[in-house]
Design a protein around this ligand. Sequence first.
Ligand SMILES: Nc1ncnc2c1ncn2[C@@H]1O[C@H](COP(=O)(O)OP(=O)(O)O)[C@@H](O)[C@H]1O
Ligand SMILES: [Mg+2]
Length: 338
Amino acid sequence: MIIEVEGLRKSFGSVAALRGVDFSVPEGKVLGLLGPNGAGKTTAVRILTTLLVPTGGRARVAGIDVAHHPGAVRRVIGLAGQATAITPDLTGFENLEMAGRLYHLGRQTSRQRAGELLERFDLSDAGGRQAKTYSGGMLRRLDLAASLIGRPRVLFLDEPTTGLDPRSRLGMWNIIRELVAVGTTLLLTTQYMDEADELADNIVVIDHGLVIASGTSEELKDRIGGDVVEFSVTDRSRFQVAVDAVSSLGDGSPLAEPAEGRVQVHAGGQGSQVLVEVVRRLDAAGAQTTGLALRRPSLDDVFMALTGHVAEEIGAADGTRRARGRRGGPDDGSGGQR
Ligand SMILES: Nc1ncnc2c1ncn2[C@@H]1O[C@H](COP(=O)(O)OP(=O)(O)O)[C@@H](O)[C@H]1O
Ligand SMILES: [Mg+2]
């Protein structure tokens, strides 16, 4: 485990930003630290990168305690965040050269790596221009390039794509995948489920300074009940017949929404078998359907189920399931957090 976090706590006066957080990251893997605004993600990253001292618990990076030996930790890590460490009046090249000097790389090595990184991040043409003329996506790439100048073993990316347009976001994902392919360990924070799903080997979901779930994306999806078989009944007068036909399949009772003519069968881990059986029984019952589909829960579903922001509601009294709200994800409406 190249990152080890145990019982980590941090308070700012009366605000408890982290309330006892544990996680670890094996070397060469990507951990996605997923949570809404204010969850404590940046606080965790700042502690791990020695910019903040924890109130309690401990953290080690490459076996080195971050609170006791911050200088040694800094030599093996890189950090790129939202608040870019870029000096607007310097050119792209000068910014990277300066980052190299801060890492004590010496003038020649700094200049050489600056050139390589500009090339690699598609910034060669812009390298001679002041950073203040760069687009948001270019600045993010330059910031990431600066964090790589010391060739870190462990890289921390704090919301690397928040506020980026979709194309720059995909570009950033590709860059991140390349970094991981060459063995860099990555801790990435994000508020976006799809980003964690795409990039992370393991996901730690935090909310209000506590870990509320962790595992692979697939494990998290399984936790909220696995696959769902969905269909709509064409002839509404046959709706109840269709519901009765599938009522013994899957986990618990099917979710019936008579107003929309829609039925969901919760199939656990047996999605395809249940799907086949649903088709057979509907056919035998003479119920015509449209939109018959097997659906995996999305990480959005997981997140909302866990945090309760919007979620499937399990009726307390009768255990019936009610319709899951169409997503208004935590990334909606917040705009580009800066
Ligand atoms: N320097 C600070 N002083 C006071 N409160 C802070 C400070 N930094 C963060 N917080 C608070 O700690 C909590 C976690 O913040 P943060 O780690 O930035 O969350 P995230 O990065 O997940 O959005 C929030 O309630 C935030 O307001
Ligand atoms: Mg943050």
